[in-house]
Design a protein around this ligand. Structure first.
Ligand code: PMP
Length: 409
């Protein structure tokens, strides 16, 4: 028996640890730029008005709290599948794959849960255990994949010296990946850099991926945050669907979350979709997903999926959700622009800020500068210089810009 006195204390989570330090700080001008969750112009978390209405409807109508299925119910699955792969009838290839029963969709415990489930699935049923992830990537990717038995390795993604995409080296490192490996792609609003590939760049990278027979695993946690509309942020999925329909790619998988684009963080609502080679394969894969999930958590929580189902089944609510999302993204873009305007550019090039999208800016500030911001100004961010832009608003943007201008002097 292991002596529990020998259990070492694990280090605190990098991002959540910052929030703890922020809470303890008594400076009234303190700013939390750590956690990637939306705040309004007063620095407060919100519930989307469309979500609040959907919850009102549920409160009236809901008559049971029964278990849902191991992978959620059929209505939720088909709503999500349609939303992502058919895009209001804008993607003929996705529609074809749906019609041919070649997309297995499961409700999961938000994005993290979907990543863990697909990682467990690939560990069981995919030959290669190597999964290439961008350098840098969301820290939890590496933890999730490692704990599920996969072996994460990095591909080049970002050029820290020049604050830009490291595109040539990105292609080279994917080119040198062993055939048949898994490759993780961020659908949009890359976390932490906010820097995405252009359509043309995706085309080139996807060519390498198909040539090398890699298995694309797409993580889409910020759908809608790049261009303010979920249907505009889905180019990568369209391209992958096209490749599958053209028989250039056999299959791929997609992890998705409503945490950010419906503001349903704590409801833990998301999905995994696996594009298969045939309807027969879909039957087998779906059954294996159930077999895999059942002994872990039996079935997912129901409140979030009911909110999603309610919003998608009511045109008014649906349109009001798209509007809510547009407002959220609009505020983030506005404040990003305001910050950019106020930054001192005489000795420091800030142009990368205007190219980054989503919830974060990847400032390029050094660890020492980030620590100085924390110690001297009570501005809290992760030491890699990633700032969650949702912590910025019209009341603190001057204070923040001034502090940054001081630490880069
Ligand atoms: N992927 C990425 C890139 C993320 O940034 C996040 C959230 N921080 C997730 C997945 C998962 O989030 P959740 O489990 O809350 O849906």
């Amino acid at each position: 028996l292991k002596n529990w006195n020998q259990i070492p204390t694990a280090p605190p989570d990098k991002i959540l640890g910052i929030s703890e330090a922020y809470v303890k700080d008594s400076n009234s001008q303190k700013i939390n730029l750590g956690v990637g969750a939306y705040r309004d112009n007063n620095g407060k978390p919100i519930i989307f008005p469309s979500v609040k209405k959907a919850e009102g409807i549920l409160l009236e109508k809901e008559s049971e709290k029964e278990y849902t299925g191991i992978i959620g119910n059929k209505n939720y699955q088909s709503i999500v599948r349609d939303f992502i792969f058919n895009n209001s009838n804008k993607d003929a290839n996705g529609a074809k794959l749906i019609k041919e029963d070649r997309i297995v969709t499961a409700q999961t415990i938000s994005g993290t849960g979907s990543l863990r489930v697909i990682a467990e699935f690939l560990n069981r049923f995919y030959d290669s255990k190597t999964i290439k992830v961008p350098k840098p990537t969301w820290a939890n990717h590496v933890a999730v994949f490692t704990d599920a038995g996969l072996q994460p390795e990095f591909y080049n993604y970002y050029d820290v010296e020049n604050n830009s995409l490291d595109y040539e080296n990105l292609k080279k490192s994917i080119e040198s990946t062993p055939n048949g490996s898994i490759v993780l792609l961020h659908a949009c609003c890359h976390n932490p850099t906010g820097m995405d590939l252009s359509n043309e760049e995706w085309d080139e990278v996807l060519q390498i991926i198909t040539k090398k027979n890699l298995f694309p695993l797409v993580d889409m946690a910020y759908q809608g945050f790049a261009l303010g509309n979920p249907y505009k942020d889905i180019e990568l999925i369209r391209k992958l669907n096209q490749l599958v329909v053209n028989d250039e790619l056999k299959s791929y998988a997609l992890c998705q979350s409503f945490a950010k684009n419906m503001g349903l963080y704590g409801e833990r609502i998301g999905s995994i979709s696996i594009v298969t080679e045939s309807s027969e394969q879909s039957v087998a894969i779906e059954s294996q997903l159930k077999k895999l999930i059942r002994p872990i958590y039996s079935n997912p929580p129901i409140h979030g999926s009911k909110i999603v189902e309610t919003i998608f089944s009511n045109e008014n609510l649906y349109n009001s959700w798209l509007n809510d999302l547009d407002q959220v993204v609009g505020r983030l873009n506005k404040v990003r622009d305001q910050l950019y305007q106020k930054l001192d550019k005489s000795n420091y090039n800030w142009d990368h800020l205007t190219k980054q999208r989503g919830m974060f800016i990847y400032t390029g500030l050094s660890k020492d500068q980030v620590i100085k911001l924390r110690n001297d100004y009570s501005i809290y961010a992760t030491e890699d210089g990633r700032f969650s832009i949702s912590g910025v608003n019209e009341n603190n943007v001057d204070y923040l810009a001034n502090a940054i201008n001081e630490v880069i002097k």
